[in-house]
Design a protein around this ligand. Structure first.
Ligand code: PEP
Ligand code: MN
Length: 362
């Protein structure tokens, strides 16, 4: 039988002041001055609900900045004393949990590399047993829904009831405009599996670059997420981690002001609700189509480089014949007309050639 987890809906969280729950602060705590100055500026916006800062940083490669460690916990305590903002930090083992709790950190989040590891998740859950604290679980680095659900279950079974999920996308091998592939269906499926779970979007790590933060945040709001976690630094240019994606508190305010918050409830008929739901599914598929096309072009460019190195022409008509014949046949079995498939594939093929041409002649 499916286990019903005891998870508090977001309006029951004392931290929640309305949609979106806004969690902001630097990727990493770097110095007392940087933490305090960023926190003061963020508190002055009157728009931020929780101050975040990474104290222990899981870095992909050694020698990158790995966080200031326990010393930073004092700064978080001071942030709370001075600004009144509740604080949040990332924990990856029981030692981190115990230290963070000792310094009164209000919200613990579990990073994507940790939520992918059931041993680490169980250790954290054991350390949290009997504790009252808010825990946010990021989606694991690999797109496996059950791993995410399992991580949440472990925390819930430890007796934590204020649990939220953070969607930060999936790390990829392919080169894409965003740093992570959003995979918007993953959190939607999570919500279907655990309907009460508050859902927070982390546009900073999905985007990897400031310029995409607004579009991703807006999409999250349109999909009815409950909150946003956005990295903000008093001087992003000199940040020791994730500098491309951090915004100043002033830029953060600008972003929050531009967000359009659509009402979830309306006096419209059920018909409109269903229509909205279907339309957001269409939007998701369109986004996925675009992401796939982007990846296809990236592979085409790689082939272009390879052909150039080996002095081979771009267009090889036998290969093209094979692609179009196969696509038409497959398309027909899926109820897609020959006319549509051949038009679409011709357009895609032409775009691939353009990408390869650019590579060949560069
Ligand atoms: C972070 O929030 O700074 C972080 C390390 O995120 P993630 O676990 O999503 O990579
Ligand atoms: Mn970061």
């Amino acid at each position: 039988m499916k286990e019903r987890l005891k998870i508090k809906q977001i309006h029951q969280w004392p931290l929640y002041k309305g949609r979106p729950l806004t969690i902001c602060g630097p990727c990493s705590a770097e110095s007392e001055e940087q933490v305090m100055e960023t926190a003061r500026q963020l508190a002055n916006l009157n728009r931020v609900d929780i101050f975040r800062a990474g104290i222990w940083k899981p870095r992909t490669r050694p020698n990158a900045f790995e966080g200031v460690g326990r010393e930073g916990l004092k700064w978080l305590r001071d942030v709370k004393r001075e600004t009144g903002l509740p604080t949040a930090t990332e924990v990856a083992n029981s030692g981190h949990v115990n230290d963070a709790l000792k310094f009164g950190v209000d919200v613990l989040w579990i990073g994507a590399r940790t939520s992918a590891n059931p041993f680490a998740m169980q250790e954290i859950a054991d350390a949290l047993s009997g504790v009252e604290v808010t825990v946010l679980v990021k989606n694991p680095v690999n797109p496996e829904l059950n791993l995410w659900i399992g991580a949440i279950e472990r925390i819930a079974r430890a007796g934590i009831t204020q649990i939220g999920a953070i969607h930060r996308g999936i790390s990829t091998y392919e080169h894409t405009a965003y740093r992570n592939q959003p995979k918007w269906l993953l959190p939607i499926e999570l919500r279907r599996a655990i309907p009460d779970i508050p859902l927070i979007c982390d546009p900073s790590h999905i985007a990897g670059a400031r310029k995409y933060l607004l579009e991703i945040s807006q999409k999250a709001m349109d999909l009815n997420y409950d909150g946003l976690m956005i990295e903000s630094h008093n001087n992003p240019e000199v940040a020791l981690s994730d500098k491309e994606q951090q915004v100043t508190p002033a830029q953060l305010l600008e972003l929050l002001d531009k967000l359009v918050l659509r009402e979830q409830e309306s006096n419209n008929s059920a018909f409109l609700d269903v229509l909205g739901e279907l339309r957001s599914q269409i939007d998701l598929f369109d986004d996925q189509l675009l992401e796939l096309l982007e990846q296809r072009m990236y592979v085409a460019e790689t082939i272009g480089k390879y052909k150039k190195e080996n002095n081979i022409t771009i267009l090889q008509s036998s290969r093209w014949e094979e692609i179009i014949t196969k696509a038409v046949r497959k398309g027909e079995s899926k109820g897609l007309s020959e006319e549509f498939i051949s038009q679409m594939f011709k357009a895609v093929h032409q775009e691939s050639i353009n990408h390869q041409n650019r590579i060949m002649n560069s």
